[in-house]
Design a binder for this molecule. Sequence first.
Ligand SMILES: Nc1ncnc2c1ncn2[C@@H]1O[C@H](COP(=O)(O)OP(=O)(O)O)[C@@H](O)[C@H]1O
Ligand SMILES: [Mg+2]
Length: 336
Amino acid sequence: MDNRLLDIKDLAVHFHLPEGIARAVDGVNFHLDAGETIGLVGESGCGKSVTALSILGLIPSPPGRIESGRIIFNGQDLLHLNGEGLRKIRGRDIAMIFQEPMTSLNPVLSIGRQVAEPLMVHQGLGKSAAFDQAVRWLDRVRIPAAAKRLNDYPHQLSGGMRQRVMIAMAMVCGPQLLIADEPTTALDVTIQAQILSLMNRLKEELKMSMLLITHDLGVVAQMAARVVVMYAGQVIETADVTDIFDRPFHPYTRGLLKSMPRTAGRATSRSGRLSEITGTVPPLTDVIAGCKFADRCAHAFELCRHHPPKLLPIGQGHNARCWLKEHPEHRRQDHG
Ligand SMILES: Nc1ncnc2c1ncn2[C@@H]1O[C@H](COP(=O)(O)OP(=O)(O)O)[C@@H](O)[C@H]1O
Ligand SMILES: [Mg+2]
């Protein structure tokens, strides 16, 4: 328990929309230990980004609202912090990188300035000391001729280089936790591999923990020790990465694995669509009595449609939210 860095307990985040209440995050539980990387996976729209934004206190409100739960970071509940307290933690102790660097880089500020800024804000460094460190960081993320590029603006860089700048910005203050939300989804396969290996290297050097969000299980296989699978706002399976690949339990996890591109490590599916599971995620405004996956599940039986399954242990460090645990006789052998 000592090295527990982040503990998310029963988190519920709803969006109050004209068409109803969208239960984007509907009772999520998982934890992250110091130095650990976990992969948060699931189809697009299943609540991964909303979970991440909740940690940083960045849920747009209205229409969003954190209804219940706790987000314990270093023993402190982030949901009890005020704006000032959260701003201190954001960028210093917890940093985040996003899929599209252009949305988080400021187009009218030089990249040197943007990497230097967190050092001035959080560590009180003067301008020249901060810029010195910025050069060192741009070098560390392998921006060629870093000192000469300090005054460049984001639009002068390629997508891969912009992502490196964003990583430098995220890392300058030596955060304990890096949240990376689809960090390589917008990049070419070769650039993606370079960025992932850069992130892995920095994570080791800084002894940081990482919450890596992706719909790409190839990325997870490369980066994560443990996997949390989400479906329609809930965690439906969690296990060590080898168990997820060798012994997936939940029919949804099995479907995700089946729809992985054959060529290992290649992100050929950009959309997050699943070829092996028919149908789509139910509207999050629907009130579903049973298992949220039942409509798409080849194994579903009566119980699944009327009673929600709980997330229960099915092995060492392995949990699944599925009635097949109690009723294995309903698993159809011809379907995964
Ligand atoms: N700003 C918003 N306004 C209304 N609904 C939102 C907003 N952000 C997210 N949602 C709802 O939350 C759901 C989950 O979104 P998100 O966490 O972004 O999914 P993903 O798993 O692809 O990251 C969306 O399908 C949408 O219904
Ligand atoms: Mg997302």
